[in-house]
Design a protein. Structure first.
Length: 130
């Protein structure tokens, strides 16, 4: 099956906004992305009306996150074992898997292979055990 060639070509400002969105130091919201990229927030919405923009943006954003997901999970586990869960929250916000206003539904089982000792450290850090 032949892949369709996208006719959409982002301009340099669009590229800069994507870079801001991917940057882990920039909050996971449109306002923060636009501020970091020096783009008016209203421009984001105008670009959203251009055929192909949102498909391009979402695909590139997903590819960038997929490329570093393994490293992020490793860092997240290390921080969780040390009792810091803020990293997980930020990572989940970046990937669109967490929001303060969402109902959480699990669509698949997640299996973590960790030792009993590490599990106890995590639980103790979260004050779920004594």
């Amino acid at each position: 099956m032949e892949q369709k060639e996208s006719k959409f070509k982002p301009n340099p400002k669009m590229q800069k906004l994507l870079e801001a969105a991917i940057n882990p130091d920039v909050e996971a919201n449109i306002s923060a992305w636009c501020e970091a990229a020096d783009v008016a927030r209203s421009q984001w919405y105008r670009w959203g009306e251009i055929p192909g923009f949102m498909d391009w943006f979402n695909e590139e954003y997903k590819k960038a996150l997929d490329g570093v997901r393994t490293a992020l999970v490793k860092v997240g586990l290390q921080k969780a074992l040390a009792g810091d869960f803020q990293f997980w929250k930020v990572m989940m916000e970046k990937t669109g898997e967490y929001s303060n206003n969402m109902n959480h539904k699990f669509t698949q089982d997640v299996v973590l292979n960790i030792t009993q000792e590490h599990a106890e450290k995590i639980l103790k850090a979260r004050k779920l055990t004594k």
